[in-house]
Design a protein around this ligand. Structure first.
Ligand SMILES: O=P(O)(O)OC[C@H]1O[C@@H](O)[C@H](O)[C@@H](O)[C@@H]1O
Length: 315
């Protein structure tokens, strides 16, 4: 069932059954929020279709959002889950995307809210759909990347998980190549006691030391300085990547069709150099683990579609 957006709305109770507490949706001019009757919530900014907030039933925030993040459409959001498309970083050697800004245009474009979907019987999950296509791209972005495409981004809030899924379609006559990434900023207590497992024995490209060759380690990832690595986990997307904080597993990330995981923490100097990174010691409380397809190019022929997703479980 797909409802058109309304403000605010609630799911109708099923006739003949006990009236259920309702999922609530509010849709303003700039953002959409959804809450489950049990208290979990998600908030999405239409600019970039950026997930800004994901809270559990007790109201505990799971995503890190900079206090200096611009939420007015003047800059990609520093925090939450910005969407990277069609290029990861910059690619001066890849002609078709070489003129695009860092991480492409999806995170800097205003998306359309397409509506919510729910199952008739359940008020324990809600899916919000967002769309962006070449038709509603601004002229500047369209002139830098003149392909016809459609993006459908679905954000599904469940009691114990958040799923973000992107479907990319080629709606033009010529093939195009792209990279994509779900740039998730996780909120953590203390980076010095964070470990990430699931990336052991997997080749990675270290963007900090700039050495192009592949590295690899049999240990979990731990943090003691600026970290910026592109992993291609050997066990494939369905093997979970787990973030633990102070010895306790906090997030379990399972990917669909996204072969790479970028691990990023800017540490002291890089944070100091980012005008929208606040507080300046905020790097202690965040880590990015970013599911994506970025270590090579995905090619989409005319009429073809690519779907990639992550599901983040709290247990
Ligand atoms: O400052 P931006 O454009 O949001 O990028 C943040 C970081 O994003 C990560 O995905 C990259 O691996 C880093 O190299 C980059 O610094």
């Amino acid at each position: 069932m797909v409802d058109r957006p309304n403000k605010p709305s609630a799911l109708a109770a099923t006739p003949g059954l006990q009236p259920q507490a309702q999922v609530t949706i509010s849709h303003g001019n700039s953002r959409v929020t959804a809450s489950l009757p049990t208290g979990e919530s998600v908030e999405v900014l239409l600019y970039g279709a950026t997930v800004l907030s994901w809270k559990d039933a007790s109201g505990d925030e799971k995503l890190w959002l900079s206090e200096g993040a611009k939420l007015d459409g003047t800059k990609a959001v520093r925090g939450g889950i910005p969407l990277v498309f069609p290029v990861f970083g910059t690619a001066p050697d890849h002609e078709a995307t070489s003129k695009l800004p860092q991480h492409g245009f999806a995170r800097n474009s205003r998306w359309e809210f397409l509506g919510k979907s729910t199952s008739e019987s359940s008020s324990s999950s809600v899916k919000l759909d967002f769309g962006l296509s070449s038709e509603n791209l601004d002229d500047a972005a369209r002139s830098l990347w003149p392909y016809k495409f459609g993006l459908l981004y679905s954000v599904t809030l469940d009691r114990e998980s958040l799923r973000t899924a992107l479907v990319i379609t080629n709606e033009g006559d010529v093939p195009f190549e792209f990279q994509t990434l779900l740039h998730t900023y996780f909120k953590i207590k203390d980076i010095s006691s964070v470990q990430i497992t699931g990336l052991e024995d997997s080749p990675y490209h270290d963007k900090v030391d700039g050495v192009k060759g592949k590295n690899q380690s049999s240990d979990p990832v731990a943090f003691s300085g600026e970290t910026d690595r592109v992993y291609t986990p050997v066990k494939g997307p369905s093997h979970p990547v787990i973030i633990s904080d102070g010895g306790e597993a906090k997030f379990r990330i399972v990917r669909d069709n996204l072969d790479d995981v970028v691990v990023w923490n800017p540490w002291v100097d890089k944070s100091a150099g980012m005008g929208d990174f606040e507080p300046k010691d905020g790097w202690k409380n965040m880590v990015c683990a970013e599911a994506g397809a970025v270590s090579s190019w995905q090619k989409l022929e005319k009429g073809d579609a690519f779907e990639g997703a992550q599901t983040i479980y709290l247990k």
